[in-house]
Design a binder for this molecule. Structure first.
Ligand code: FES
Ligand SMILES: [Fe+2]
Length: 357
């Protein structure tokens, strides 16, 4: 499939972007096996605080126990698959929204109303199945795969590659959700290269030192280094700063600035439909409203430009005349890196670096 040598490689075949059956396989092999951004630490700061989400079509409940431990539990009641929790909030026990069974915060079954007379009922085995959960940088991550490496190991050297900004205590300042008519990988591919900036983003191009824009690929993530020149709309700490755009396999982006950071979470809604969830974090959001507005407005302009090109590309990928293209060795190493990781997890190549046999 994809040649590991960038200079010789051709891009991922169009059918991976247009075939509805591929998404099911991606859920099983990629989204259910990788660390997924699930929520924020502030949502589960205290015992009993919880939030619910869905990862790879799996209903998940993240809750802080009385013992202080953060757990990701199945949000599927052991009775008849009802919702153990809905939305987010704080509760001393979790009560299913169907027939009212209750579970303690660590997932053990507590009460089963009107169940007298039932025979051979093994309550111990009715605990909610548990997934991996971990926190980093005020963010909560979940991995459905019990055998997956820890979040810390997965992120690896990312911690050293982050600029030395202290983001402790940062709070969600703004959220924006966009739905796009394209496959999730079209959006990720597009994020992973600066090659399109001169053509698609003239406003952004004016602020960047494009000649020195570069991408470094690591084991599980890549970094785009974007030096600025005369940054007027990009938030820098003044002068000719450098902005870093991180991408963490497979669907998370982390845009790092001196006084704020933002996450872009890319979620497939269907094989041709994608949700991009943008969250901005600032230290004291109420004190910097104008800065937040300006940041969001500039991001909106860029996002509108990206949406238009991504939706057009999706239509192009459906063309009977197109299957695959080539990578610019100078500008598209990040896209190539994603495609190589993708085909490895999808089992499209036998790789000696595969994490499990
Ligand atoms: S499904 Fe939960 S109590 Fe019935
Ligand atoms: Fe773009």
């Amino acid at each position: 499939m994809i040649d590991p040598r960038l200079e010789s490689a051709s891009t991922l075949s169009a059918r991976y972007y247009t075939d509805a059956a591929v998404l099911e396989e991606e859920n099983r092999r990629i989204f259910a096996r990788t660390w997924q951004l699930a929520g924020r630490s502030e949502q589960v700061a205290e015992a009993g605080q919880f939030f619910t989400t869905t990862i790879a079509e799996e209903p998940v409940l993240v809750v802080r126990g009385n013992d202080g431990e953060l757990r990701a539990l199945s949000n599927v009641c052991r009775h008849r698959a009802g919702p153990v929790a809905t939305g987010e909030g704080k509760r001393p026990v979790l009560q299913c929204g169907y027939h009212g069974w209750t579970y303690s915060l660590d997932g053990r079954l507590a009460r089963t109303p009107e169940f007298d007379g039932v025979r051979d009922f093994d309550r111990e085995h009715c605990a909610l199945p548990r997934f991996q959960a971990a926190e980093w940088n005020e963010l909560v991550f979940v991995n459905l795969d019990p055998r997956a490496e820890s979040l810390r190991d997965f992120l690896g050297t990312l911690l050293d590659d982050m600029p030395r900004h202290d983001y402790r205590g940062f709070r969600l300042a703004h959220r924006k959700a966009w739905e796009l008519d394209c496959n999730w990988k079209v959006y990720v591919d597009n994020y992973l290269e600066g090659y399109h900036i001169p053509i698609v983003h003239p406003g952004l191009f004016r602020e960047l030192d494009y000649a020195n824009y570069r991408t470094e690929v690591k084991r599980t993530y890549s970094i785009q280094f974007a030096p600025t020149k005369k940054a007027e709309r990009i938030r820098t700490s003044g002068g000719d700063d450098e902005v870093r755009y991180f991408w963490i396999f497979p669907n998370l982006m982390l845009n790092v600035y001196p006084d704020n950071f933002s996450t872009n979470l890319i979620l497939p809604l269907g094989h041709g439909r994608t949700l991009t969830l943008f969250d901005w974090y600032f230290k004291d959001p109420s004190a910097v409203k104008r800065e937040i507005d300006e940041t969001v407005q500039f991001s909106d302009e860029i996002q509108v430009e990206d949406i238009e090109i991504c939706e057009t590309v999706q239509r192009g990928l459906r063309s009977s005349t197109y299957d695959t293209g080539r990578y610019s060795p100078k500008r598209e190493n990040g896209v190539h890196h994603f495609h190589c990781m993708y085909q490895e997890l999808m089992g499209l190549v036998a790789s000696p670096t595969a994490r499990r046999p």
